[in-house]
Design a protein around this ligand. Structure first.
Ligand SMILES: Nc1ncnc2c1ncn2[C@@H]1O[C@H](COP(=O)(O)OP(=O)(O)O)[C@@H](O)[C@H]1O
Ligand SMILES: [Mg+2]
Length: 361
């Protein structure tokens, strides 16, 4: 059991408020990912949970007990850091056993614990090696093994892959997913600024921005139903396009006349009173389809990037808005410097008013 509950948690350094109004309910066995831009308070929130940073306001509970003033060592939490300093003169086995020896655990129990961790981390064959005889990914696993042997209820990871190169990041990401599966009863919180890591690992993602929570949801909920423009543009790559316009017809479907001249039809319902409202229409690059008639958008393609299975079309900027980007299947480099019209299915057209999705009212 390791349920975590944060109620109205806040953090300030002197006059500076870093986080406020953080409410979170995390259940045993979840893998929660905190994601958000650099400096938004991800590490600070993680460190408050670990007990390495004082909580300025609100409460943190683990399994119903308030933890605000409980020392880190008594919280049943293990934190895995970005840099993984192993003892270079000790074998993998001794590195993993170190904390248990200090805690004077009987040798037979230490051996059992280390061997169990090694099995979960696929390090059994490497137990007698020194760190220098391991790859970067294996060393990172030993560092994780040092936490597993202590059998914590909650694991906290602060950007553990950010020092690894791209290929190793992917491989280690998959290992972390497998590690989670091997330990279904432990709760994990994983911090990253990389939305791909968040999308692939998380059971639920917490998007942090501007000192608070922008949205909590499963990866697909955030992708399909972002609550606000921030989440809409933070999740997904390239980011969702936003085009300004005015609501011209309301009801079960909504029609928006865009400032650029096109017309968008969205499955997001609106009320009679919304007629005339200024809104932003959101369309993901991958949801655009080239069309001949009734375009949502027409523009001149400035640059194309053929990635093999898809081509990215970067349009020339219009109306002072960010340039539109479309992602279309196949190789379409021939569209460069031509005029292209785009449509989008009504169930893929998002609507935002004052930055908030009209889906959530
Ligand atoms: N010890 C500190 N004193 C003052 N400000 C701090 C301290 N630690 C972090 N901050 C500030 O808190 C904010 C959040 O930092 P951090 O949690 O490290 O962000 P993230 O991990 O999301 O990049 C930043 O603006 C940072 O400058
Ligand atoms: Mg950080």
């Amino acid at each position: 059991m390791a349920d975590l509950k944060l109620t109205d948690v806040a953090k300030s350094y002197g006059e500076v408020d870093v986080l406020a109004n953080i409410d979170l309910d995390i259940k045993t066995g979840e893998l929660i990912v905190f994601v958000g831009p650099s400096g938004c308070g991800k590490s600070t929130l993680l460190r408050m949970i670990a007990g390495l940073e004082k909580i300025s306001g609100g409460t943190l509970e683990i399994d119903g007990a308030v933890m605000n003033d409980v020392p880190p060592a008594q919280r049943g939490i293990a934190m895995v850091f970005q840099s993984y300093a192993l003892y270079p003169h000790m074998t993998v086995r001794d590195n993993m056993a170190f904390a248990l020896k200090i805690a004077k655990m009987p040798k037979a129990e230490i051996d059992k614990s280390v061997e169990n961790a090694a099995r979960i981390l696929q390090l059994t064959d490497y137990l007698d090696r020194l760190p220098k005889a391991l790859s970067g990914g294996q060393r990172q696993r030993v560092a994780i093994g040092r936490s597993i042997v202590r059998d914590p209820k909650v694991y906290l990871f602060d950007e553990p892959l950010s020092n690894l190169d791209a290929a190793l990041r992917v491989a280690t990401r998959i290992e972390i997913a497998q590690l989670k599966e091997a330990m279904p009863n432990s709760t994990m919180i994983y911090v990253t600024h990389d939305q791909v890591e968040a999308m692939t690992l998380a059971s639920r993602i917490v998007v942090l921005a501007g000192g608070g929570i922008a949205q909590v949801g499963s990866p697909l909920e955030l992708y399909e139903k972002p609550e606000n423009e921030f989440v809409a543009q933070f999740i997904g790559s390239p980011a969702m396009n936003l085009l300004s316009g005015e609501v011209t017809a309301t009801g079960a479907q909504t029609t928006v006349k865009l400032d650029g001249g096109g017309v968008a039809i969205s499955d997001v319902p609106t009320e009679a009173g919304d007629k005339g409202a200024r809104v932003n229409v959101g369309v993901r690059p991958e949801d655009f389809v080239p069309t001949e008639n009734n375009p949502l958008y027409t523009g001149r393609v400035n640059i194309t990037e053929a990635l093999g299975e898809v081509t990215l079309l970067y349009f020339e900027a219009q109306n002072g808005e960010e340039p539109v980007i479309a992602k279309i299947p196949g190789i379409a480099s021939g569209l460069r410097k031509t005029s292209v019209s785009l449509a989008a299915p009504a169930n893929k057209v998002h609507l935002f008013r004052d930055g908030k999705s009209l889906l959530y009212r």
